[in-house]
Write a protein that binds this ligand. Structure first.
Ligand code: AMP
Length: 274
C-alpha cells in the first residue's frame, strides 16, 4: 500500500479513501461515488476491526460477504480494495493506541467505552498506510466522523475529512450492515428511529426550539415499538457534541438516537441548521 501510495504521489494523483467493514450497501457506495468526485484514485478499505468491538459485541457474527463486496466495488470501478490481514494490522507485539478525549467519551463513547479508541487507532493506521488526500465517512456515524475530524486535526494528518449524507431504505430506515440481523417484526419496529427523527424535523420547522420537548416526543415514538429499548436520545452542537438546551439560529446541531431493536443496536441521526 505504501509503494502504491508513493507511486500515486509521484504522478500527482490524489487518493480518496473510504474505510469500511464490508458487507457493503448503497450507503457505502455513496461514499465511493463521493470519493470519485474528489480524487483521482479511490481506495476502499475493508477491515472488520477487532479493537472496536467489546468482548460482548458482535465481532464473530458481524456479517461478511467479500465476494459480493468485490463485485459491487468492481461495478463502481474502484481502483483498489485494501483488505489488510488482522495479524498484519495488529501483530502480536502491537502496543500503540490513539485515544481522542472529550468528544469521544460521550454518547457512543459512554455506551461503548472501548469503541472509539479502536476506531481512531485503526483509522490512524489506515491513514498512515494509504496516505490519502481525502477520506470519506458517513453522517450515519456522525459522532465517529467528528471524533476522526478531531484526531486528524490534533495529530496533523492533513487529510481532508468529508462527511456524506445518510442513505436510507425507501421506508426511511437508515442503511446498515447490521439491519440483516432484524427479523420481520423487528424490521418493522426499526422504523421508529427514522419516524422519530422525521417528527422532530416537522416540529422544528413549526417553531419548536425546546430540546426537552423534542426529546420527550422522540422517546414516546421509540418506546411505542414492542421490541425497542432506548439507549440514548441527544441533541448536541455539531462541533463538540456537547448537549444543547435550546436551538439558536446561526448554529448547527445533530439529533441522535441509539436504541436496541431486539438484540440489534441501531443508531440514526439528523443534522439541523438553524
Ligand atoms: P461500516 O462499514 O459500518 O463501518 O461503515 C463504513 C462507512 O460507511 C462509515 O463511514 C459509515 O458512516 C458509512 N455508512 C454506513 N451506513 C451508511 C449510510 N446508510 N449512509 C451513508 N453512509 C453510511
Amino acid at each position: 500500500m505504501h509503494n502504491y501510495s508513493d507511486s500515486c504521489r509521484r504522478e500527482a494523483k490524489k487518493i480518496g479513501l473510504v474505510p469500511t467493514m464490508g458487507y457493503l450497501h448503497e450507503g457505502h457506495l455513496s461514499l465511493v461515488r463521493e470519493a470519485k468526485k474528489l480524487s483521482d484514485i479511490v481506495v476502499v478499505s475493508l477491515f472488520v476491526n477487532p479493537t472496536q468491538f467489546a468482548p460482548n459485541e458482535d465481532l464473530a457474527k458481524y456479517p461478511r460477504d467479500v465476494e459480493r463486496d468485490k463485485m459491487l466495488l468492481e461495478k463502481e470501478a474502484v481502483d483498489v480494495l485494501f483488505m489488510p490481514d488482522a495479524g498484519e494490522v495488529y501483530p502480536a507485539d502491537y502496543q500503540t493506541y490513539i485515544e481522542v478525549q472529550s468528544i469521544a467519551k460521550k454518547l457512543e463513547g459512554s455506551s461503548r467505552p472501548a469503541h472509539f479508541k479502536g476506531v481512531t487507532t485503526v483509522v490512524g493506521i489506515l491513514f498512515n498506510a494509504v496516505r490519502p488526500y481525502c477520506a470519506i465517512f458517513g453522517q450515519k456515524d456522525a459522532q465517529q466522523a467528528a471524533v476522526i475530524r478531531q484526531m486528524n486535526k490534533d495529530l496533523k494528518y492533513g487529510i481532508n475529512i468529508i462527511v456524506a449524507p445518510i442513505i436510507r431504505e425507501e421506508d426511511g430506515l437508515a442503511m446498515s450492515s447490521r439491519n440483516v440481523y432484524l427479523n420481520e417484526q423487528e424490521r418493522k419496529d426499526a422504523l421508529v428511529l427514522s419516524k422519530a427523527l422525521k417528527t422532530s424535523e416537522y416540529l422544528l420547522t413549526h417553531g419548536e426550539t425546546d430540546t426537552k420537548q423534542l426529546i420527550k416526543n422522540i422517546e414516546s415514538i421509540i418506546t411505542s415499538a414492542g421490541t425497542s429499548k432506548l439507549d440514548y436520545i441527544a441533541i448536541v452542537n455539531e462541533d463538540n457534541f456537547e448537549s444543547a438546551d435550546h436551538l439558536e439560529s446561526g448554529f448547527s446541531y445533530y439529533i441522535l438516537i441509539a436504541c436496541w431493536i431486539g438484540t440489534t443496536r441501531l443508531i440514526d441521526n439528523i443534522y439541523i441548521k438553524k
